[in-house]
Ligand binder design. Sequence first.
Ligand code: GLU
Length: 515
Amino acid sequence: MCRFLPIIQPMSERKVRVRFAPSPTGALHIGGVRTALYNYLFARQHGGQMIFRIEDTDSNRFVPGAEEYILESFKWLGIPFDEGVSFGGDHGPYRQSERKAIYKKYVEQLLEADKAYIAFDTPEELDAKRAEISNFQYDASTRTMMRNSLTLPKEEVDALIAAGNQYVVRIKIEPNENVVVNDLIRGEVIINSTVLDDKVLYKSADELPTYHLANIVDDHLMEVSHVIRGEEWLPSAPLHVLLYRAFGWEDTMPAFAHLPLLLKPEGNGKLSKRDGDRLGFPVFPLQWKDPKTGEISSGYREAGYLPEAVLNFLALLGWNPGNDQEVMSLDEMVKLFDLKRCSKSGAKFDYKKGIWFNHIYIQQKSNEAIAELFLPVLKEHGVEAPFDKVVTVVGLMKDRINFVRELWDAAGFFFVAPTSYDEKTAKKRWKEDSGVCMTALAEFLNGLEDFSPQNQETAVMAWIAENGYHTGNIMNAFRLALVGEGKGPHMFDISSIIGKEETIARLKRAVEVLK
Ligand code: GLU
């Protein structure tokens, strides 16, 4: 008979499970989108799962609509989660406010193991201490002076609780110990525990844990293998390591990776919403309306970015594939991504590069797909055109634009006749004899059977030669008549697309107006 021995899996072979765990405090910052993207790339590459968890234990900062906004953002971006709020899964509930009972149990566990203690100090008492002791911090050096379960007899603690006094539970941090955070991007980060304070883990007032406790308990219960998050969370990491230890979960502690900050496009410091307002780029994936102030902030979607371009742009803010390849599909990024190639130093938010990516992705998309996106813009201008025509115009014009809506300025003349003629161009290009010549050209074109660009070109060139006209003068006036100014693609592409009838009508109108 064959018997199986249980195999203890070494850390490196642990099933990859990552999480994106935003707090629903408003619109999702673009840095958060990058964090989620890196989690996604990492999970996909390792055949793992990505969890969507809502960290809403701080009810004061809860903003209605934020959760829906975040979900919609990832839907637009094309980043799916495997598990979590709105996705389901067997590690739920995934909203921390729905996990109260779970946390309570773990708070008890820490108290029983003497890794945490109960503290009754009121805000006033704490303020008084802060006034008395400069740089006061609740820790091993001060906790003996405070009102807590370490200084009060057990009966008194029980009596205070029974009488309904509010309290908090604090972690008991032992001083003078080097805490090592092994970060996959930063290497070993060592902090002496003496600098850490006895952070609050739980508040009786709302029976809710703080971020630190809920975050660790959930990462443990949800079997998270890697915590990939923004640099702003690095200062919390030593406390988190100590919490894993206090629970006795060292063996399954996730690996950490703290991503570099996103920096201002120019100057020093963290990218802020104000930089976006000042320089004219969004810092949120979707437009956001603040439910309190009504203030509207622009979003990448509404500004006309393609989601693929946003993802490609963000992927390279803090990571590179090791060569100078810049344009990568999501699938390619999944293959190439490597936490080891993430930088420690901040990444400048070069929003112009984002615009460049949008241009590139517009070129990569089919003319049909871009035409679909252009239809609503046409509609805004009261234009309804046959889809085939829109597709043809897009094909001819998309290399000139960075955003789909720019197609209107670049190519609107394909759909509506000019209502006026650019003065400067008219002065320069509408000559003495232009009226006569354009009337003759209209007549000539009217007689053409085949209105294809090639045939028009051959015929018109021959007609010009025969009549001894000046090619430049004819073509310039022709363009002015059809476009209203001196811009646009090849002349006979324009006339062919707008058609014989419309071409002739525009010629006649120009002759009339410009005489
Ligand atoms: N709730 C935290 C946030 O809003 C999550 C931090 C973490 O990933 O540990 O970003």
